[in-house]
Ligand binder design. Structure first.
Ligand code: NAD
Length: 544
């Protein structure tokens, strides 16, 4: 039982945060009624203090574990639900269910699988408000941002409907009467491990792609906000997906390690932080699995003096502070080149006007960060700027948000650092923008290329030549020209590089069809003359 392998100290830590408040205690009455509605309408998840279930073989089942992890509303520390550290017996049941389902699901026609995806697409649209409510409650982002989270996942579902075209094989009569055919066939049981920051979008990077290609899936959502994934699992069932094709198990490191080790699991899609990503890549590949691992980031935006100032500053502020900076494609470093350095006061002014508060509140721009621990870490990194001799131009550390005294809020913060300071070197993952100065475009490009991460970058300029030089010069996988968060649309694939990614096949797009399939090459000979010839040939075959 791997649940019993959790150390007592860790078990204690995962059982409950000291700041937890009883179910519904801290929720505003209007939010409370939303939480009650979610709990009554959805089978697997709760927002009123009950346990979140595992989803195994088409059943929402209560875990028999003794170890539970509290899920708290980050705006109020109200206990919303508890997720189990799935036991090894339950984990094995999930893998068995997925293995059994694979036998038939892998044989269904691609058109049947396409119809499932189209139905899932309809149901996600129909239930977007409920999904958004779950995301705001558990993750803390604002309602419009939660809808963005869903929409970007929905686009992947829509793209998965291209499967009949994208799974087309290849065939040639290479030798007379002899055909060689390459088919893309499913792998088997696959798995996805998700982070907290996009509770809908990231599960939706895997669910439609894994299933439309004929695989089955074990999903482990983030233990901090599992609700949207559970609701999507329920929508898969309502869309007619056979039992066992998608299963959801919860937990932390022991569950992740079980995924890496189980011999029946053929591939793992991971999205999250560096430490877990490297560990899962190493452990999964060691066991012969195909692994794609998307990890941390430090995304720089260069602002040239010839940029459209209004567009540049609005874009930087939106991309740095939206979702409280908890996006892997957030702009976390602004490089002000030459005369653009004079725009720093306007950047600070624009950021200072953002409204911080609970995600359900109207006109709020920035919600809380995910946990008190995340808040402490972010505040520590802001504090290190002072200690190391940098400047704090906008200080959101002591923000007071009326009616939300227990929330993990940090106001928009802008700091100026050198490249060797901790706040520049580390991924902050909070509403903190680091500003650095450069004299020239070349210097800006050099800074970006020297950074270990390679997820995203952007430039703001009105010169096509400058943009072209930037695009050719930066060694980063996803580049925006006057676009602050250049996340590829789903017909393309995720292409972060350097320390932001491990594995050669990116998420969604055409790459996903490669990731979730293996090739079979079939060589067949049907000679018309064999129907007539009556004498066997004993010569070495030489036909061309
Ligand atoms: P995290 O690494 O803490 O957790 C991600 C998943 O890994 C969770 O399911 C968690 O249970 C599991 N996990 C955590 N620690 C583990 C460990 N030591 N061993 C095994 N499994 C472990 O990440 P998070 O805090 O949920 O998400 C934020 C991070 O995700 C940031 O670094 C962000 O940049 C990154 N992210 C990257 C992308 C991308 O596409 N590059 C997208 C979103 C988020």
């Amino acid at each position: 039982m791997f649940a019993s392998r959790v150390s007592p100290a860790r078990a204690l830590r995962t059982r409950s945060y000291s700041t937890a408040r009883p179910p519904l205690a801290g929720l505003h009455p209007s939010v409370r009624s939303k939480a009650e509605k979610l709990s009554s309408e959805w089978k697997g998840s709760s927002a009123t203090g009950e346990n979140t279930k595992n989803f195994i073989g088409g059943e929402f089942v209560e875990s028999r574990t003794s170890q539970w992890i509290d899920v708290l509303d980050p705006s109020t520390q109200t206990l919303l639900t508890r997720v189990p550290e799935t036991t090894s017996a339950e984990f094995d049941q999930a893998v068995d269910a997925a293995s059994e389902a694979f036998k038939t699901w892998s044989k269904t026609s691609v058109l049947t699988r396409q119809r499932f995806v189209l139905e899932l697409q309809r149901l996600i649209r129909e239930n977007a408000d409920s999904l958004a409510t779950s995301i705001v409650l558990e993750q803390g982002k604002t309602v419009p941002d939660a809808h963005g989270d869903i929409l970007r996942g929905l686009q992947v579902v829509e793209h998965a409907a291209s499967a009949p075209s994208l799974l087309l094989g290849e065939k040639i009569e290479g030798i007379r009467d002899m055909d060689t055919e390459v088919r893309k066939v499913p792998l088997g049981v696959t798995s996805a491990i998700a982070p907290f920051n996009f509770p809908a979008m990231i599960p939706l990077w895997s669910i439609p792609m894994a299933t439309v290609t004929g695989n089955t899936l074990i999903l482990k959502p983030s233990e901090r906000d599992p609700g949207a994934a559970m609701m999507i699992a329920e929508l898969c069932q309502r869309a007619g997906l056979p039992d066992g094709v998608v299963n959801v198990v919860h937990g932390t490191v022991p569950t992740v390690n079980a995924i890496c080790d189980h011999p029946a699991i053929r591939a793992i899609s991971f999205v999250g932080g560096d430490r877990a990503g490297k560990h899962i890549y190493d452990r999964g590949t060691k066991h012969g699995k195909r692994v794609q691992s998307n990890m941390g980031a430090k995304n720089h935006a260069i602002i040239m003096p010839d940029a459209n100032k209004n567009l540049a500053l609005n874009s930087i502020v939106g991309a740095a502070f939206g979702a409280a900076g908890q996006r892997c494609m957030a702009i976390s470093v602004a490089i002000l080149v030459g005369d653009a350095q004079a725009w720093l006061p306007d950047l600070v002014k624009s950021a200072s006007q953002l409204k911080v508060g609970g995600g359900f509140e109207k006109d709020v721009d920035i919600g809380p960060v995910i946990s008190p621990a995340a808040k402490r870490r972010i505040l520590g990194l802001v504090g290190s700027v002072e200690e190391e001799g940098g400047k704090i131009h906008l200080d959101g550390r002591n923000i007071h948000v009326p009616n939300y005294e227990y929330g993990n809020f940090i106001g928009p913060t802008i700091v100026e650092t050198d490249l060797n300071m901790k706040a520049y070197q580390e991924e902050i993952f909070g509403p903190v923008l680091v500003v650095v100065r450069a004299d020239t475009l070349d210097e800006g490009i050099e800074i970006i290329n020297s950074n270990r991460y390679g997820n995203g970058t952007a430039i703001f300029t009105q010169s096509g030549a400058t943009a072209r030089k930037f695009e050719n010069g930066v060694n980063i996988g996803q580049i925006g020209i006057n676009v602050p968060i250049p996340v590829p649309l789903p017909m393309f694939s995720w292409s972060g590089n350097k320390a932001s990614s491990l594995g050669d096949l990116g998420f969604y797009g055409k790459s996903a069809f490669e990731f979730y399939t293996q090739k079979k090459t079939i060589t067949s000979l049907w000679k018309a003359e064999d129907a007539l010839s009556s004498k066997a040939s004993v010569n070495m075959p030489t036909q061309r």
